[in-house]
Every structure is written in C-alpha cells, then in structure tokens.
Write a protein that binds this ligand. Structure first.
Ligand code: NAI
Ligand code: MG
Length: 355
C-alpha cells in the first residue's frame, strides 16, 4: 500500500519537527509493505505574510484530491488581530470535515504513576460555532454578550461511536499482549447536563444510545460531570481509558491532561474525519526555542502514529509508539523540556535506530 501524505510544517518549530515526522515514516521496516509519497504544502502565518492567505486553496485541494492523510506542525498567531488572518488549522478541520480531535495522553509504563488515556473531542459544534452577538441591555444596565451552544444528535452520535471504536481498538492491542495499565475498555462521557439539561442532556443521551450498540457490548460506559471530571482527572488520571466530550470541555480537558505527562513536547493529536486524518502535535510554534535544534520531536512522532492508526495502519503505529517509549524509558537522550541536553536531531536518530 502506498500512502500519500501532505506535509504542512507551518511556522516556528513546526519546520523542525515535521521533517522528523517524514523521516520516521520513511524509516518504517520494509516488512510492513508500506510506502509513502510526500507533498509539501503551505499554511500558516509566514504563508499569510507572503501570499495574503493563511490557508491557500491549493493546500486544501491537494489534501482533498490527492492525499490519504497529512501532518501539520504548528502555526503562529499574531498577538493582535491582523485583518484577513484566521487560524488555518481551524479552517482545515472545517473544510475537510475533521469532526474529531483525538488526543492520547500517555506516560511510559515505568513512570511512578503511569497513565494511558485518550480524549476524544467533538470538533464541529458546541460553543465553537462562533455565533455570538452583543447588544445593549433593555434595562440600561450596559452591554450584554451571548453565544450559541449548539449540540446535534448527528455530531454527538458519531463522536461517541468513534470513542467506542477507539476503546475497542485499544483493547485489541492489549489482547495482543501489549502491556497496559487497563484491563478492560471503558468510555467516560463528559457533560454538565445537571445544569444544561437540553444541550448537554442531548449529548449525554445520544452518546449513551450510540454506545449501547451491540458491537460495544464489551465496552464499559460511565459518565461524569465535567467539573468533578477535572478533579478526578488530576487526582486519579490512571482510571481513565477513553474520554468523550463536547467541543469546549474537550478542549479544556485535553490541554489539562497534557500537563499530566510533563511537557507539551510529548503530546500528540489527530484531527479525524471519514477516511482522513491529520496528525498534529498539540504544542504551538514555540518561537522561544526555534532555530536551536532543541524542540522535542516526540509529540510529532507520536502524532504520526495516531494518524497511521486512523489510516488503519495499526501495526506501523505500534512500532513508532514502542520506539518512542524505548527512548523515554532509557532516558539518556532527552530534550531540555524533559530536563536533558539532547538535540532534536540526536533524539530523532535514536528513535529511528530503535525502530
Ligand atoms: P507553545 O506551545 O508554542 O509554547 C509553550 C511553551 O512550551 C514554550 O515555552 C515552548 O518553548 C514550549 N514547547 C512547546 N513545544 C515544545 C517542544 N516540542 N519541545 C520543547 N518545548 C516546547 O505555545 P505559546 O508559546 O503559547 O504559543 C506560541 C505560538 O504558537 C503562538 O503564536 C500561538 O498562537 C501558536 N500556537 C499554535 C498552536 C497550533 O498551531 N495548534 C497551538 C498553540 C499555540
Ligand atoms: Mg486547546
């Protein structure tokens, strides 16, 4: 099988870590019978400054027509609003209908308190439909601002179904003998339906229904109110396997969970739709460390693995996860964000060698 992968480095350290992502794909063992073709694509703030658009139509078109998946580095956003500029990754998620943001948060098994969870965030609706308005209060008490929180059955059902599929896939990997802190699949539905009985209520009941499907009969399903979820996530993160959440809660939980493993430089994600996935490290363009060859490439290498999982190349993904874990467990070649002194290039070489 030949997979065609779009490479969108973006800005800052995106330009340093995406080449590492390409190299690990090229270094996968020949026994997997996987070949890759790469297409270099533009997006980001530099692209905006050079061409006047942050996400050229050509990038979207090539991704749609020619690619099986993509890797996205990071983009810089100006601190003050710049006319005509808006985030290309947000636009890409929309244009390619990448309705799920999937973020695995995993420590090494040898950690004092190992954790291994995946947060599955709905990516198309909720408060992020950005339907806001501001008006003057009728009673003269000043301005009032409102935002629409939109939850649909269709979006809730497909995100919960994806969470169920991920739970099953993780169990399959455990059944094949991969060591894990979990023994059975569990999906935790996150909401605040005690207060928002209609919107979050719909998310809750629809998720429940989707996960009641016969093929998920082996998957445990529980729910948790989002505020107590934050508490438990920080106190007992090891209890979570797969978490499914509407857009806003998912955004907050996934950044919070990233803090549990020590560095942004370790945490991957993927934006997933029907038959397409974009791997994306969860960090930004990190202008403070760019150009020094010290960015941690692991978030990107793991994002390559997450992308591969959603392109049904689970074996290839497992090999990348294992090579990364071996590097971390040995702990000799670590980047400065993990307390080490190794260069990006040295870490990449070490992981490629283990692969
Ligand atoms: P950031 O994630 O770029 O950096 C936060 C801190 O983490 C910095 O100290 C940075 O050096 C460190 N860091 C991040 N990734 C690292 C890695 N791979 N290895 C080692 N250290 C790493 O977030 P920040 O500073 O808030 O934003 C910088 C720029 O990135 C802004 O223009 C922001 O808009 C953009 N950004 C883009 C994102 C995206 O493209 N998805 C996400 C977050 C921020
Ligand atoms: Mg976020």
């Amino acid at each position: 099988r030949t997979l065609r992968i779009g490479l969108i480095p973006g800005d800052g350290i995106g330009k340093e870590v995406i080449p590492a992502g390409r190299r690990i794909l090229e270094a996968l063992p020949a026994s997997l019978k996987l070949k890759f073709e790469f297409v270099d694509l533009q997006a980001g703030f530099q692209t905006f400054e050079e061409t006047g658009v942050a996400l050229p139509d050509k990038t979207v078109e090539i991704l749609k027509k020619e690619c099986d998946g993509a890797l996205f580095g990071a983009v810089s956003s100006p601190s003050k609003a710049v006319k005509g500029y808006s985030s290309p990754i947000v636009a890409l998620r929309k244009k390619l209908d990448l309705y799920a943001n999937v973020r695995p948060v995993k420590s090494v098994m040898t950690a004092a308190n190992p954790i291994d969870m995946v947060i599955v965030r709905e990516n198309t609706e909720d408060l992020y439909v950005k339907e806001e308005r501001t008006y003057d209060a009728a009673d003269g008490s000043g301005k009032v601002a409102e935002a629409i929180k939109r939850i649909s059955e269709r979006a809730s059902s497909r995100i919960a179904t994806m969470a169920g599929e991920i739970a099953l896939r993780r169990q399959k990997i455990r059944d094949s003998g991969t060591a894990s802190i979990h023994s059975s699949p569990l999906v935790t539905i996150t909401h605040k339906s005690n207060v928002l009985s209609q919107t979050d209520g719909l998310f809750r009941t629809t998720s429940r229904e989707a996960l009641a499907a016969a093929r998920f009969s082996s998957v445990g399903v529980e729910e948790q109110i989002v505020d107590s979820m934050v508490y438990k996530l920080f106190r007992q993160p090891e209890t979570y396997d797969v978490i499914v959440a509407p857009n806003l809660y998912g955004d907050i939980l996934s950044d919070g969970a990233a803090a549990l493993v020590g560095s942004l430089g370790l945490v991957p994600s993927a934006n997933v739709g029907e038959g397409f996935a974009i791997g994306e490290p969860c960090h930004g363009s990190a202008p403070d460390i760019m150009g020094k060859d010290i960015a941690n490439p692991i978030a990107t290498l793991r994002s390559v693995a997450v992308m591969l999982e959603f392109l049904n190349e689970e074996l290839a993904a497992a090999k990348i996860y294992a090579a990364v874990d071996a590097n971390l467990e040995e702990g000799k070649l670590l980047s400065p964000d993990l307390g080490g002194t190794a260069k990006t290039s040295e870490i990449v070489e070490d992981i490629l060698r283990r692969l």
